[in-house]
Design a protein around this ligand. Structure first.
Ligand SMILES: [Zn+2]
Ligand SMILES: [Zn+2]
Length: 301
């Protein structure tokens, strides 16, 4: 579709896979998390009924923080499970074979597996390090598009809304859409709503629907001043989400819009505004949500 959009949001960018795994994990363990919250609340209120146990320590004696630790342990386990399931799904035959997980059929299909020496150190085992060139090629035929998998965005928004946040768009941010190694990022934002669509406001123009002769169009939205004021706990909500669900925050911003008085003198070093690639990859020391303006355009082929 020939389309362009601009989105103003208060939030962060995270690696799409980390958000996808968080959403899938949350979908699986949400009933258990709710049950733990219920037990913890009864414990706080002194209403927790436990059967007499032989051991000296019972659930009644547990300190409050233990419930949070139990929940975190459960979440981490579910996240690791999602990462492993998706690694197994996307891994190339060589990596699968090196791990001893190849099937007879695969070995017959890929004769090279019998002779090649694929070392364990070459095997792709972490989403933070897509190290196997063959895996990159293997998955390269079908770029990820994590958020466009059926049901995924619904799961993501269910997780995010428990923090009062949302995913404004399923469209990924990719610095280079042709490169599989180029990280796919997804926006996580404070909820906003367009009075026109009832959805997150994307100022959208769709040229395919225009008359053939008309190849330019425009669109404008206004902001109510209160839409731009931030809730007092907003940064805390982002921080809690990112820490609890181990989201990988990435900063793809090219420059920062500042008031006139704060403009740097023109002689200032370029590197001060455009971070190096290595620095970009660093997660924020603490979650650092902010206002960002994101533009996106695509054409039909
Ligand atoms: Zn078109
Ligand atoms: Zn591989």
């Amino acid at each position: 579709m020939c389309r362009s959009s601009a989105t103003l949001f208060y939030g962060v960018w995270v690696r799409s896979w980390s958000l996808a795994f968080a959403a899938d994990a949350y979908d699986k363990i949400q009933p258990t998390l709710l049950a733990i919250d219920l037990i913890a609340r009864r414990w706080r209120d002194g209403k927790l009924e436990v059967e007499e146990q032989e051991r000296n320590t019972t659930a009644r004696d547990l300190p409050g923080e233990v419930w949070e630790l139990v929940k975190q342990e459960l979440i981490d386990f579910a996240l690791a499970e999602q990462a492993a399931v998706h690694l197994a799904y996307y891994r190339c035959p060589s990596c699968t074979h090196a791990l001893g997980q190849s099937t007879e059929d695969k070995t017959r299909q890929y004769q090279v597996l019998r002779t090649e020496a694929w070392e364990i150190k070459d095997v792709w085992t972490s989403w933070d390090d897509l190290r196997c060139k063959r895996c990159i090629k293997w998955v390269g035929g079908s770029p990820f598009y994590w958020m466009q998998e059926p049901g995924r965005s619904r799961k993501v928004n269910r997780l995010l809304s428990s923090f009062g946040l949302c995913m404004p768009s399923v469209v990924p941010y990719k610095e280079d859409s042709q490169k599989i190694e180029s990280p796919e990022l997804s926006p996580v934002a404070l909820k906003l709503e367009s009075s026109l669509s009832g959805r997150f406001p994307e100022v959208d123009t769709d040229l395919c629907r225009q008359e053939f002769s008309n190849c330019a169009t425009s669109n404008t939205y206004a902001f109510e001043a209160s839409a731009l004021s931030l809730p007092a706990d907003v940064d805390y909500r982002f921080r809690r989400l990112i820490q609890t669900y181990r989201l990988r925050v990435v900063d793809p911003t090219m420059s920062t819009i500042v008031p006139l008085s704060e403009l740097q003198p023109p002689s200032s070093d370029i590197s001060a505004t455009r971070q190096t690639t290595a620095e970009q990859e660093e997660p924020f020391a603490e979650a650092e949500p902010r206002w960002m303006l994101w533009s996106f355009a695509s054409v039909c082929w």
